[in-house]
Design a binder for this molecule. Structure first.
Ligand SMILES: C[S@@+](CC[C@H](N)C(=O)[O-])C[C@H]1O[C@@H](n2cnc3c(N)ncnc32)[C@H](O)[C@@H]1O
Length: 278
């Protein structure tokens, strides 16, 4: 498990290091699947997640570097003065949006393990002029922050990349304050999908380590200690979204369509760290 998890991490680090370099070179970052960029003009997973009211207040490179599958800051409740932590912050888009929402008395941390992404995020922060932002180098399985130090954890399409999701959720629980909120976008599978087909779809979505089924996600959050767990689909993928990628992989798309259609989705996942009773 540990060595498998370590090799997954190396593949993920390399893939996102390259994505950051493409943005820095002035190319787009959008990439679906582990092996190849889509080639299509619009990526059904990463495109059109943010409104112009949000992108208008960000450096263009932060928007270009967006590789999420949702918009956690639009759905999370963020209050002035709060401390927010973004797990797998990439080019920093959600950290910068959070920093504006929590204001100068609050703080937004981004955590990422990929040097190229951290450099890009630092550069985007400098261009934004925001002061209440800090990027940390590290792994979401070992969060470099003290117990009970964060009000809200956000994340955008990163937990599905981890080979040890139980550990990530335990760490999220540890660093949250009592009453703290978990408010994350991630890819989730709903219903049974045969293993082989599931792997192909996961490669399309870019879930190198495998996406969780919705009931598995709920079970793991509960095991970590969370309450008030809810999973709300935000974008459900059709077989047409994946047709080009799967065909290039040599898969008979029409044959597998009934087993895949509408089972893969991006979702907003919420949970709360309970406050001690009494
Ligand atoms: C799909 S991108 C999402 C980036 C960002 N959240 C966004 O919405 O644009 C995944 C990011 O998570 C980082 N990442 C993946 N696994 C990680 C881990 N185990 N620990 C820390 N960072 C990780 C990658 O380096 C990459 O920047």
């Amino acid at each position: 498990m540990e060595s498998n998890s370590a090799s997954i991490k190396e593949v993920v680090r390399e893939k996102y290091g390259q994505a950051a370099q493409r943005v820095t070179a002035g190319e787009g970052s959008a990439c679906c699947g582990a092996n190849a960029c889509c080639g299509s003009a619009i990526d059904p997973i990463t495109s059109n997640l943010y409104g112009s009211d949000q992108t208008g207040e960000l450096p263009p490179q932060a928007v270009l570097a967006s590789l999420g599958c949702g918009n956690p800051t639009a759905l999370a409740e963020l209050r002035p003065g709060e401390t927010v932590l973004d797990l797998g912050s990439g080019g920093g888009i959600d950290v910068l949006l959070s920093a504006r929402r929590v204001g100068p008395t609050g703080k937004a941390y981004g955590l990422d393990m990929t040097d190229e992404m951290l450099s890009l995020a630092e550069e985007n922060t400098r261009k934004s002029g925001l002061q209440n932002v800090e990027f940390l180098k590290g792994e979401i399985e070992h969060i470099p922050l003290p117990d009970g130090s964060v009000d809200v954890i956000i994340s955008n399409c990163v937990i599905n990349l981890s080979g040890d999701k139980d550990r990530v959720l335990r760490e999220a629980f540890r660093v949250l304050k009592p009453g703290g909120r978990f408010a994350v976008s991630d890819v989730v599978v709903r219903g049974e999908v045969p293993e082989q087909i599931r792997r192909s779809m996961e490669m399309w979505v870019g879930c190198i380590a495998g996406a969780l089924q919705d009931h598995e996600y709920i079970g793991k959050l509960a095991k970590a200690g969370f309450d008030g767990i809810d999973i709300e689909p935000t974008r459900v993928y059709s077989i047409e979204d994946a047709r080009q990628f799967l065909t290039a992989e040599g898969i008979d798309v029409d044959a597998i369509a009934p087993q895949v259609q509408n089972k893969f989705m991006s979702a907003f996942i919420r949970a709360v760290k309970p406050s001690p009773k009494g």
